[in-house]
Design a protein around this ligand. Structure first.
Ligand SMILES: [Fe+2]
Length: 195
């Protein structure tokens, strides 16, 4: 089954501080490109010569490397877009309780995710880890690096320059603030409810 590009849940001009032009490029071209490449790689894998698999270079190795790059690129972007389009502010209910329990306060959580976003070359991802029962902010330098298997991602902050350079130039802190201003905490709560 081919993967499909998911529509945005909100209008492209709905965000505060992140422009329609940025969203159009980010969603329609970059994110859609990962979905299309994921499908292309899946279609090529059945025909590749497995007997020539080699760790230095082989067609099989190249496809398998880019398989996870494209898959994680698509999945992380879908999470990023899904949890935007909201009013920002702060979570309530069980998610707020969990953030307070694991980070000390919502402010401390925002401080940590912001630091993670400033330190990352790709993504800062808040995930629930069933192995210790806690929330963690993970740093990913590329789509298919930095994730911890078995954890459930709840929200993703894209820190690639394409996410903000048109709107903020090199001012990444201003973009991260705009990200928090547009978070839909009800969506993050839905993701937390699923763990
Ligand atoms: Fe992105």
């Amino acid at each position: 089954m081919a993967f499909e590009v998911k529509d945005l849940l909100w209008a492209k001009d709905a965000l505060r501080g992140i422009s329609e032009q940025t969203i159009e490029t980010h969603h329609d071209k970059l994110y859609a490109g990962y979905v299309n490449k994921r499908n292309e790689i899946e279609s090529l894998l059945p025909g590749v010569d497995r007997s020539a698999a080699n760790q230095a270079y082989s067609a099989y190795r190249a496809l398998k490397l880019e398989e996870t790059f494209s898959a994680d690129g698509a999945i992380l972007h879908e999470l990023y877009f899904d949890i935007l389009g909201g009013p920002g502010g702060a979570p309530t209910g069980s998610l707020a309780d969990k953030i307070n329990a694991d980070f000390g306060s919502f402010e401390a959580f925002v401080e940590d995710l912001t630091a993670c976003g400033m330190a990352a070359r790709g993504w800062a991802v808040t995930a629930y880890d069933p192995s210790d029962g806690k929330l963690h902010n993970f740093l990913c330098d590329v789509h298919n690096q930095g994730g911890v298997w078995g954890t459930v991602p709840l929200m993703a902050l894209d820190t690639y320059e394409h996410a903000y350079f048109m709107d903020y130039g090199s001012d990444r802190p201003a973009y991260i603030q705009a990200f928090f201003d547009n978070v839909n905490w009800d969506k993050v709560q839905e993701n937390f409810d699923s763990v």
